[in-house]
Design a protein around this ligand. Structure first.
Ligand code: MN
Length: 264
């Protein structure tokens, strides 16, 4: 198996090192990750600047590259330029912090997996659902197991897996749930501050909140709160298919408009 590892916390992040240590013997592993933290850049790509690629002296001896771009850039450049042939599987993470509900849209970690899916490569994104918990080993052990299953069974084209692991010791995790993406979102506020030159600036902060009542079981954030590893199959086709007919019945005309009459 040929594996590509990436993340959005940067090539030196501990979650990526733990992932590497747990999957390194599954096959030939290449790491291509951002040279600095690129959390919450979503699916951004770099168009106006060049991408600089440097070899990264990974402490575990991995074949690793640092890229001056986003997670989606890393997957693209790994597949198109760095690796001799495309990987069999892409694993992204392990992110420091949850990627649940609407936060998935902001996530660089998840977008790296989505980018792989767009290139036709099976992929999964892994997040440790706590910003401060530092034991990545249970999440990395699960990543290894899931990578094997993905390799054996494959994934439908366009589908990738978003995995969130509760911040618990390995023997305290209560199981694995295959879930739907829920409605968890960040309720943000802006800290108003003053810099040493008396200019006002703002810094966004926030905390996770639910839009309305809890969705109940089978939802990503509920599973993690229950001590379960959440595995959500996701796709990048954003079409609201159930709305096609209703909006098709709107009075939208035939799309032609007469040119404005020119008065002399
Ligand atoms: Mn991150």
């Amino acid at each position: 198996m040929r594996l590509l590892l990436t993340n959005d916390d940067g090539v030196g992040a501990p979650g990526l090192a733990a992932l590497y240590e747990h999957v390194r013997d599954l096959g030939e592993v290449t790491i291509v990750a951002p040279d600095t933290e690129r959390s919450a850049v979503g699916h951004a790509i770099t168009l106006s600047d060049p991408l600089r690629v440097s070899t990264w002296l990974h402490p575990g001896g991995a074949n690793a590259y640092a890229v001056s771009g986003t997670p989606a850039d890393c997957v693209k450049i790994a597949v198109r330029a760095i690796m001799k042939s495309p990987p069999d599987i892409v694993l992204s993470g392990i992110n420091q912090g949850a990627n649940l509900g609407t936060n998935v849209l902001y996530s660089g970690t998840v977008s790296a997996a989505t980018e792989a899916a767009m290139l036709g490569i099976p992929a999964a994104a892994f997040s440790l659902a706590d910003r401060h918990h530092d034991d990545f080993a249970p999440a990395a052990a699960f990543a290894r197991r899931l990578a094997g299953e993905i390799h054996r069974r494959g994934l439908p084209r366009g589908v990738s897996l978003n995995v969130n692991v509760p911040p618990l010791a390995g023997d305290r995790i209560r199981g694995v749930a295959v879930t739907r993406q829920g409605r968890l979102r960040v309720l943000e506020w802006f800290d108003r501050r003053v810099d040493p030159r008396d200019n006002t600036y703002y810094w966004m902060a926030g905390e996770n909140t639910l839009d309305g009542a809890p969705d109940g079981s089978g939802i990503d954030d509920a599973a993690v709160r229950e001590g379960l590893i959440s595995v959500t199959p996701i796709r990048y086709d954003l079409t609201a298919g159930e709305e096609l007919e209703r909006i098709g019945n709107w009075d939208l005309g035939d799309g032609t408009f007469p040119p404005p009459s020119v008065s002399k």
